[in-house]
Design a protein around this ligand. Sequence first.
Ligand code: ATP
Ligand code: MG
Length: 201
Amino acid sequence: MVDSERSQRYRNRMQRKKEVIDAAIARADREQGLLLVHTGNGKGKSSSAFGMIARALGHDMHVGVAQFIKGRSDTGEEAFFRKQDNVIWHVLGEGFTWDTQNLERDTETAQRGWKIVQEMLRDPSFDLIILDELTYPLKFGWLDLTIVLNDLKNRPPMQHVVITGRGAPDTLCEIADTVTEMTDIKHAYRAGIQAQKGIDL
Ligand code: ATP
Ligand code: MG
């Protein structure tokens, strides 16, 4: 095939692609606060959510973070984002007792945490809220899924929320606008490499 023929075909193909994309962009003309879920067993759920904090701060937006993890405050993202004026960062897992399996205490800790989240979900000055590892208190029944779904549905219309964690409940995915499942193809941990600063924490 001569070169000019090839480039003509390429131009035609790209022109058709552009028309399809332009039409899709024209159709997507609404603005609204989004609910995103990052689930699955692969790596990248929390770090992708934290990446959106950087995006939001670049637009002078206000961000709230709630981490439902066993009390731990040595991650790089927490150290970095806590220094930002527009970020409020809560670690709500202090007191989770995986070891002693004290259901009452874990439930109490999670519900105390959810009260703090509820305040953020009622406050339109938060443009973006990250609920990191929220799926665990849901999975273990520490939080009432119906209450959580209801609070999420009734949040301010322009507020974005990102929820991370493995095993996201179907009902949560159903009300979400964007759901991403991270697939675990390979993880360095299984080759005996411990969590690395800057990559895993
Ligand atoms: P990250 O915080 O790196 O985005 P994540 O939020 O997707 O990871 P979590 O299930 O919250 O994953 O686990 C947090 C920690 O476990 C991180 O140090 C991460 O590297 C590690 N991890 C994530 N996925 C896997 C996996 N499939 N096997 C082993 N370790 C994993
Ligand atoms: Mg995570």
